[in-house]
Design a protein around this ligand. Structure first.
Ligand SMILES: [Zn+2]
Length: 257
């Protein structure tokens, strides 16, 4: 039985049997993996706080013959989401990353680009530069917007954002719209009756974010409403693809995210 080792991010856990936990975790080298953490509920010491979703850790696990679940032996924390300031908005955003990845990623399929995206947004979600002047609380809206946009792109769900989906004409800021029922963006002429406007700022953001790393946007002001329509556009595309609503997206919506 080979013991494997990989950098990983914990996505979700749920109890099984008396004291065991099933852990869904996203490894850099093997993709998303599900495993059993034996006695994790009984012996808290063994995994410490490492089973908190969005913990970055070095995972040691063993594949077992004729078993779907690996045996998760150890998680050595590299970075804990609880190390930074904890507030409602930030926890809701971290839960959203976890649910999105748990739903989108096939098992045992390495996704290096998604893994790097996740590490970069995790850093930005708790970055000091993201603190708002008035409350001192971490504002995770930039990282959330960046993650949603890039997940849509990496899942192959984001058509050209510079041109109208129908006529292929170049879009103009302030005249761009999207629909809950169709992919892509539309010009003023082809705006759907039930369409929503995508603000000039959000449309330009989308184009800039597809060309630059998340850290490039950290110095900008990010009130909660900024990019809200862009997040809605990408979330609709992802939820159409998943054919279900994300529970954590509803929680974010209640926070105004
Ligand atoms: Zn058009």
């Amino acid at each position: 039985m080979a013991v494997l080792s990989s950098e990983a991010v914990v996505l979700r856990t749920w109890p099984v049997h008396e004291a065991d936990l099933i852990v869904s975790f996203f490894t850099r080298d093997y993709g998303r993996v599900k495993g059993v953490a034996k006695s994790a509920l009984k012996s808290r010491k063994r995994f410490g706080g490492a089973l908190e979703p969005m913990t970055v850790a070095k995972a040691l696990f063993a594949e077992r013959p004729r078993q779907e679940l690996v045996r998760l032996d150890q998680l050595e924390i590299i970075r804990s989401p609880l190390a930074g300031p904890v507030d409602h908005a930030r926890m809701a955003v971290l839960s959203f990353y976890a649910e999105m990845l748990d739903e989108c990623l096939p098992e045992h399929d390495p996704q290096e680009t998604v893994f790097r995206l996740l590490l970069s947004v995790l850093e930005q979600t708790s970055a000091v530069g993201a603190e708002s002047a008035e409350s001192g609380a971490v504002q995770p809206w930039m990282a959330l917007t960046y993650f949603s946009l890039w997940m849509t792109r990496l899942m192959g769900l984001l058509p050209d954002v510079a041109h109208c989906m129908v006529c292929n004409e170049e879009l103009r800021p302030g005249e761009v719209s999207f629909s809950a029922y169709a992919d892509g963006l539309f010009c003023a002429l082809h705006r759907n009756g039930s369409g929503h406007a995508l603000s000039a700022d959000s449309w330009q953001l989308a184009q800039r974010m597809l060309r630059a790393p998340a850290s490039a946007f950290a110095g900008e002001a990010w009130p909660r409403r900024r990019g809200q329509d862009l997040r809605r556009f990408t979330l609709q595309a992802l939820e159409r693809h998943l054919e279900r609503k994300l529970r954590t997206a509803e929680a974010l919506g209640r926070l105004g995210g």
